[in-house]
Design a protein around this ligand. Sequence first.
Ligand SMILES: C[S@@+](CC[C@H](N)C(=O)[O-])C[C@H]1O[C@@H](n2cnc3c(N)ncnc32)[C@H](O)[C@@H]1O
Length: 228
Amino acid sequence: MGQAEGLAPVKRRVLDLYPCQGGAARGYQNAGAVVFGVDIEPQPRYCGEGFCVADAIDFVRRNVDWIREAFHFVHASPPCQFDSDCQRIMKNDHPDLIGPTREALELTGLPYVIENVRGAIPKLRDPVELCGTMFGLRTYRHRYFETGGWTLTPPAHPKHTAPQAKMGRAPKPGEFISPVGNFSGVQLVREDWNVPWMNRDGIREAIPPAYAEYIGRQFLAQAAADAA
Ligand SMILES: C[S@@+](CC[C@H](N)C(=O)[O-])C[C@H]1O[C@@H](n2cnc3c(N)ncnc32)[C@H](O)[C@@H]1O
């Protein structure tokens, strides 16, 4: 009997820290993983297979051995509410969670990605930029990804040629959206990103699943090559 006959393929397991409604989670699911989220707030819309309410860093520190055994990969999206104002806000007593998150992840020894916004670039190590245009989306959204224990190579970045819809106005045909703040066009983004369960609050915080699917597939390809 061949190895795979009669057996379900082994699913990769991703620990999803700071998951909100699950933009990243859905991407890893699309790449073939099961996903467990840890958020400080209840997230009834979260789309992962498992979920726990806890402080993410505290959760990792308390469960290092279990995490090392139970998961293959960790995704972390520590919050930074206002893109370019990130650093100013942090000076106003918002905690800097990137460094402590990295320290906690390094305790596990697992490969990881830490995602954040442009304002956090100085805090990230050699971040890789991803944008909606790389995945054929009608969304301009730059996000930055630090990797630990593996290497992420981005796709080509097409020029931003489509006009961007004005903030608060319904997008006209052919316009792209930047879904921040009180943006208009929630249904359009739901369709563009394929996130029908998300509301405006979740979309505002999320990465499009296409980003995490790309990350997940690239990580799996490297893991398979390393194991061969
Ligand atoms: C930027 S959102 C994450 C978006 C998500 N990666 C996605 O793609 O949909 C940040 C999330 O971190 C959560 N959060 C904030 N502080 C936290 C903490 N100390 N521990 C765990 N979660 C936290 C917030 O409730 C929020 O849901």
